[in-house]
Design a protein around this ligand. Structure first.
Ligand SMILES: Nc1ncnc2c1ncn2[C@@H]1O[C@H](COP(=O)(O)OP(=O)(O)OP(=O)(O)O)[C@@H](O)[C@H]1O
Ligand SMILES: [Mg+2]
Length: 278
């Protein structure tokens, strides 16, 4: 039996300001200058405190959409709204992005790497020091502030990259396959830590909304409150699956509902790949 999906809305989402909507993509199209039609009529609403995964095959436009939410790309048609505003700056939302590679400065210590966004914002050292330490603690690296990136494992470097994103205390965290290059054990560990971090923020009354890009069905199901599935050529939304389970732990990962979610998404992903427009 297939899971109860919410249909992708046929009508455009309204722009009416809604205190709970942090990100809105409304009928977004993207055609790159070389003619590649990367996104077609994409609609997505991200609510405050959501953990939304974008799941889909290579080339379906996941990174393109994420870059638009980061304000790094513009739609060719349609629009993006940040808490109702037409630019991230006007919205007052703090947005941070984490890429697939840790992209650390190799010549700088872990502390200096994590402090970078605060230095760029000219936050005085007396304030930035404790914030850097808090961000490092939240990713389990409190003791590694003086280390250099080359002295850390790939998983630890990725934790530094996440700490650098968290140090600004963002409202929205945009993550583009952050754990894609890591081995399976490290990835499972970081998935669990990320989910715990998100749950902690949402329990503290300072909700964190996450948009997380992945190729991995099981990772998407484990992490997300919603999995939005995309198909390629042109990139488009094909399904929106709420994952209702409140507790994400090893028991959930080994449970029948988890397997059912994964199986269901696999079937839909295969069906969507077979329906590619030419
Ligand atoms: N700057 C660009 N100029 C031209 N075409 C681009 C550009 N960036 C992406 N594309 C094309 O747009 C489509 C979507 O690319 P995008 O990187 O968003 O996909 P993706 O879903 O993130 O893929 P992957 O899973 O491989 O990272 C692809 O066909 C890609 O070749
Ligand atoms: Mg990508």
């Amino acid at each position: 039996m297939l899971m109860p999906y919410r249909d992708i809305p046929a009508e455009p989402e309204v722009d009416a300001p809604d205190a709970d909507t942090v990100l809105l993509a409304n009928r977004v199209e993207k055609t790159y200058p070389n003619g590649t039609h990367a996104l077609d009529e994409v609609r997505l609403r991200v609510q405050r405190g959501d953990f939304v995964s974008l799941l889909g095959p290579s080339g379906c436009g996941k990174s393109t959409l994420l870059k638009m939410f980061a304000g790094l790309e513009s739609p060719s048609h349609g629009h993006i709204r940040w808490a109702g505003a037409d630019t991230p700056a006007k919205s007052g939302l703090k947005t941070a992005m984490v890429f697939q590679e840790a992209t650390l400065m190799p010549w700088a210590t872990v502390q200096a790497n994590v402090r970078l966004p605060l230095d760029l914002a000219k936050v005085p050292a007396v304030d930035s020091g404790p914030r850097v330490q808090k961000a490092l603690e939240s990713v389990g690296l409190a003791r590694f502030g003086e280390s250099y990136p080359r002295e850390l494992s790939g998983g630890m470097q990725m934790r530094v990259s996440i700490a650098r994103a968290l140090v600004t205390e963002p409202d929205v965290l945009l993550m583009d396959e952050p754990f894609g290059a890591l081995d399976e054990f490290t990835r499972l560990r970081l998935d669990a830590d990320l989910r715990a971090l998100w749950a902690q923020r949402n329990g503290s009354g300072q909700p964190l909304s996450v948009v997380f890009v992945t190729h991995s069905i099981s990772e998407a199901v484990y992490l997300s409150s919603r999995v939005v599935m995309m198909a390629a050529r042109p990139g488009r939304m094909v399904a929106d699956l709420p994952v209702a389970e409140p507790v994400r732990d090893e028991e959930f990962r080994l449970s029948n509902p988890f397997a059912a979610y994964c199986r269901d998404l696999s079937i839909r992903l295969l069906a969507a790949s077979g329906e590619q427009h030419t």
